[in-house]
Design a protein around this ligand. Structure first.
Ligand code: SAM
Length: 218
């Protein structure tokens, strides 16, 4: 996938329109909208497909994976209530777009991807854009215990259940956002860790994600 440092008026205008659309679709967190308005999503596309970059759609990034739909990225990010300095584990780096949005909000991000080719691409592209998260290659369905505990955990692939490991790696007061369901559709689940062994779970809207593949998943 080519990477060019060109963010001209056409792309900036398209990004503004995308932000307006997300606001109309119900995204209310102005900080999240600001981050979407800032990160050049077309940098994650081959130049041939730049015209698609600011449509509210998921798009193939190779290896059978997708860059998530902007609405989905905004929806999940809004649920995380990111504060400056939050330590965030992202499971499923994919293109790295969501990673950049989290970093724009001031998070310290640990991001794990199981597919080597996608991992290799993001470790090149993100630092060139000025984003330097901690990149990890491996199975994130078990979390990343060596860097635990996290204020927030976001899973960007659909899981059959909520892996216990992720709950254990969350700080008390922390939030886990994970799509849970079958291969066809998943419900967005948000879990607040209220005590060492206490959790509050809220089941929200239906989405369709690529599967979370791993030891504690599919
Ligand atoms: N938010 C990302 C973006 O905007 O580019 C989209 C991620 S894509 C929908 C989901 C990613 O999760 C894929 O890159 C996939 O390879 C990855 N994935 C699936 N199972 C995983 C696992 N067990 N550990 C780490 N990554 C995993």
């Amino acid at each position: 996938m080519a990477y060019k440092y060109i963010d001209n008026y056409r792309e900036q205008g398209a990004r503004k329109q995308l932000v307006d659309l997300l606001r109309k679709k119900g995204i209310e967190d102005e900080d999240v909208l600001k981050a979407i308005g800032k990160v050049p999503r077309h940098f994650f596309f081959d130049e041939t497909f730049w015209s698609q970059a600011y449509r509210d759609i998921a798009f193939p990034i190779g290896e059978g994976q997708t860059i998530s739909q902007p609405y989905t990225v905004a929806y999940q990010t809004q649920l995380l209530h990111i504060h400056q300095g939050d330590k965030v584990l992202e499971i499923g780096t994919g293109s790295g777009y969501q990673t950049c949005i989290l970093m724009e909000l001031g998070a310290k991000v640990y991001t794990i991807e199981r597919q080597e080719k996608l991992f290799e691409r993001t470790i090149q592209v993100l630092p060139r854009m000025g984003y330097k998260p901690e990149f990890i290659l491996g199975d994130g369905s078990k979390g990343v215990p060596e860097h635990a505990h996290y204020n927030k955990i976001i899973v960007t692939a659909g899981a059959p259940t909520v892996p216990d490991e992720l709950l254990k790696q969350l700080k008390v007061g922390g939030i886990l956002i994970i799509p849970v369901g079958d291969a066809e559709k998943q419900k967005m689940v948000t879990i607040l860790k209220t005590g060492e062994n206490d959790y509050e779970k809220i089941v929200l809207d239906t989405f369709r994600f690529v599967p979370l593949i791993g030891d504690k998943a599919w």
